[in-house]
Design a binder for this molecule. Structure first.
Ligand SMILES: [Zn+2]
Length: 126
C-alpha cells in the first residue's frame, strides 16, 4: 500500500485469521503513525461558573491532511457526546490565550453548561 502521508510503499502484516476476519484498510504507514498519529491529551480549566475540558488529538500542528483521521475523530466525538453534563464544541487548532478563555467562559455562561472542546491541537500562551 502507499502511505497517504509520506507516499512510501508499506506492507501490513496480518495473521491468517485477521486476513479472513477484517477488510480494514490502513492508509498510513507505521512510521507516520508514530510521528503524526493520534495522541490524545486532556486539560481541564476552571471557568467562572463552569469547567471546560479541552481534548486535543495531536501533539502539534503538522502539514498533514487531518481528514485521514476522520474515523478516529468521529469515534472520539461520539464518545464525548455521551457525557450528559457537557456541551461539545469543535475547533481546529485552538490557541489558548486570555481572550480565548474569556470567550469560552462566555459560551459556558450562555449555554449554562460545562464544556468539552474537541480540537486537533492546542497551544497556549506560555
Ligand atoms: Zn508514511
Amino acid at each position: 500500500m502507499i502511505c497517504k502521508i509520506c507516499g512510501n510503499k508499506f506492507f501490513i502484516k496480518r495473521s491468517f485469521k485477521e486476513l479472513l476476519k477484517t477488510n480494514h484498510e490502513q492508509n498510513i504507514c507505521n512510521k507516520c503513525l508514530d510521528k503524526y498519529g493520534i495522541s490524545l491529551s486532556f486539560q481541564k480549566i476552571v471557568l467562572e461558573n463552569y469547567d471546560v475540558m479541552i481534548v486535543s488529538m495531536f501533539k502539534r500542528k503538522e502539514k498533514i491532511d487531518y481528514n485521514l483521521f476522520y474515523d478516529e475523530y468521529s469515534k472520539i466525538f461520539i464518545s464525548l457526546m455521551m457525557k450528559k453534563e457537557y456541551h461539545v464544541i469543535l475547533e481546529d487548532h485552538l490557541y489558548l490565550d486570555d481572550y480565548k478563555i474569556e470567550e469560552i467562559d462566555g459560551i459556558s455562561k450562555m449555554l449554562e453548561s460545562n464544556l468539552i472542546i474537541l480540537c486537533l491541537t492546542v497551544s497556549d500562551y506560555s
